[in-house]
Design a protein around this ligand. Structure first.
Ligand SMILES: [Zn+2]
Ligand SMILES: [Zn+2]
Length: 345
């Protein structure tokens, strides 16, 4: 249904849609062609006929959505076409295989960022700045209170915490989401870890995907195997356990004896960590400053923000930019009203 009065990308009930090329970006529902920015579950959903991904992200996508999905993959920067619409994927620095989507048609360039960050992360390619006329940006941390110190040596900090606990015979349980954060922690720990990190089974398969993409990960052992040894009378003491937060509800947790907990997340900013003994401010998203820097460096005249809070939109408007919440791209705003004619191209 391409119409020449539509913006190049619109916001529909299935997500971001390019009518001129008839494809979706991170659709919320099953569609024919889905360009996927990365394998997190709020971006990669089941049921689409064809998926398009960066090559280094294909295995993660299949691990998440099943081996039978049809995936077409491209290298970062490689150009492909949907009719006259030129598309390429560019590193978003968020997790392995994460991409910003560059869409060009009739001399106009749009970029949909997906999730991104600019902070150093040894588990994935660094963020690439992509010039465009219109930028659709995520803004998970789109308020000025989220600003964090960059280029911290997270690996050394986590290792130090682990060693302090180990000296006291205490285990260290570090919570991090199973895709992305867990592997970033393992990559950052790789030069420091003095023994295998015990990882929860939900992290295992995804970590192997990273290893097969030649990402250096600290040595690991699946936690369940260690628990079995423990039942055979070995001690779980001074270990580092890496797991999703749900682990505390598992029935073996009493075997972990005394332990300290920590959470690694951007949400740890502003001392959001009183439920844990320690918080590592470690985000896979851009903070307020990096969002602003990225928008500036994109050269975009128009910015659409994917965030419920309007702080970033208001801030950008003050800077003289044309900025809107993503709803402004609602396809209904551009469809002809009753009585008007559809203009097909
Ligand atoms: Zn994500
Ligand atoms: Zn996301």
């Amino acid at each position: 249904m391409p119409m020449n009065n539509l913006p190049l990308i619109t916001w529909t009930n299935k997500g971001l849609y390019c009518a001129a090329g008839d494809f979706y970006i991170d659709p919320h529902r099953a569609v024919d062609v889905a360009i996927i920015t990365h394998a997190h579950s709020d971006h990669a959903r089941r049921g689409s006929k064809k998926y398009i991904s960066v090559d280094s992200g294909v295995e993660l996508l299949k691990t998440r959505l099943g081996n039978k999905i049809q995936v077409e993959s491209y290298k970062y920067g490689e150009v492909f076409y949907f009719g006259k619409v030129k598309v390429s994927l560019h590193s978003a620095g968020h997790i392995l295989g994460s991409a910003q989507v560059r869409v060009e048609h009739d001399g106009e360039v749009w970029v949909a960022s997906g999730d991104y960050k600019r902070d150093h992360d040894p588990s994935c390619d660094p963020f690439e700045n992509v010039l465009c006329d219109t930028f659709i940006t995520e803004a998970t941390f789109g308020t000025p209170k989220f600003v964090w110190t960059k280029n911290l040596n997270h690996g050394a900090m986590i290792h130090e915490w682990w060693c302090e606990n180990e000296k006291k015979g205490v285990n260290s349980i570090l919570f991090g989401y199973s895709l992305g954060k867990a592997q970033r922690i393992l990559a950052e720990l790789s030069p420091f870890a003095h023994k295998p990190v015990l990882i929860h089974s939900t992290i295992q398969e995804l970590t192997e995907c990273y290893r097969r993409q030649n990402r250096d990960m600290a040595r690991t052992k699946v936690l369940g195997e260690k628990i079995k040894e423990l039942i055979l009378d070995q001690k779980l003491e001074g270990e580092l356990l890496l797991a999703p937060p749900s682990i505390l509800t598992e029935n073996w947790i009493h075997l972990a004896g005394t332990y300290q907990t920590a959470f690694a997340s951007g949400w740890m900013q502003n001392s959001n960590w009183n439920r844990y003994d320690r918080g590592f401010v470690m985000s896979d998203h851009a903070d307020w400053n990096d969002l602003n820097q990225t928008i500036k460096e994109s050269g975009a005249r128009k910015v659409f923000v994917q965030h419920r809070n309007g702080a970033l939109v208001r801030h950008l408007k003050k800077q003289g930019l044309e900025a809107y919440p993503i709803d402004h791209l609602n396809i209904e705003n551009y469809l002809p009203k009753p009585g008007e004619n559809l203009v097909l191209i």
